[in-house]
Write a protein that binds this ligand. Sequence first.
Ligand code: ADP
Ligand code: ADP
Length: 231
Amino acid sequence: GATIQLDGLTKRYPGTANPAVDNVSMEIKAGETVILVGPSGCGKSTTLKMINRLIEPSSGRIRINDEDVTDMDPVKLRRQIGYAIQSSGLFPHMTVGENIALVPKMVGWSKSKVKDRVEEMLDLVGLDPREFHGRYPRQLSGGQQQRVGVARALAADPPVLLMDEPFGAVDPITRDHLQDELIRLQHELHKTIVFVTHDFDEAIKLGDRIAILRERSHIAQFDTPEAILTN
Ligand code: ADP
Ligand code: ADP
C-alpha cells in the first residue's frame, strides 16, 4: 500500500467566484479505502483529478509515500496510480485490449506478460476475453465500457486506486461482483483506494472510512461506517 497526504489542497478554476476545493487536508493510510460522499459539484472529481495530476492544484500539496506528486516523473506516477471514472474514459480509437494494455506497456511490462494480464483483467470484470478483446468502446454498452475502465485502472497493479463512481452504470448483479472483487483487492493486495460514490450503501459496504463532504469539499465528518451509522 501507499499513504496519501493532502495538505491544504485548493483548486480555483479560472473565471469562477469560489474555489471548487478549498483548503482540504486529509491523510489516507496505506491499505485503507476512503469513500468520498457529498452533493454533486462539491469537488470530489476535482480532488481525484488533482491527485492523479490531470489538473494542477492552485495551492497545497499532495504526497504519496511522502513524495510530492508534482515532482514525480510521469511513468512513476502511472505505476503508482490506477484511475477509473464514471464515463470510463476509454480511448475510442483503441480496442478494449489496447486500452487495458496501455499503462502496463507504458511502464515497461513484457509483451507476453501484458497479453496474459489483459485476459486476466477481462475475466476479473466478467467479460469473456475472446469476445471483448478486439472490440472498440462504441461496440460496448455503457456498463461494459465501465467494466473495461475498471480493468484498465487495475491492469498495471498500482498500489493506489482512484475511482470516481466506477460502477454507476453497471447492472446490479455485476456491481455486486465488482464490489466483492474490490474488497478482495483491499484485503489481499492492500491497495489504497479513494472511491467516490453517491450510493450510501456502497459507501458503507466498501469504506474503511467515509468522508462526508460539503460544498468546496469541506470535510463535515470523517469516520468509520460504524461511527457514521450510529451518529
Ligand atoms: P463533484 O465531482 O463533487 O460533482 P466537481 O469536482 O466535478 O464536483 O466540481 C466542483 C465544482 O467545480 C463545481 O462547481 C463545478 O461546476 C466546478 N468545475 C468543475 N470543472 C470545472 C472546470 N473545468 N472549469 C470551471 N469549473 C469547473
Ligand atoms: P469526465 O468529465 O467524463 O469525468 P474526465 O474529464 O474526468 O472525464 O476525463 C479524465 C481524462 O483522463 C480523460 O481524458 C481520460 O481519457 C483520462 N484518463 C482516464 N483514465 C486514465 C488513466 N488510467 N490514466 C491516464 N489518463 C486517464
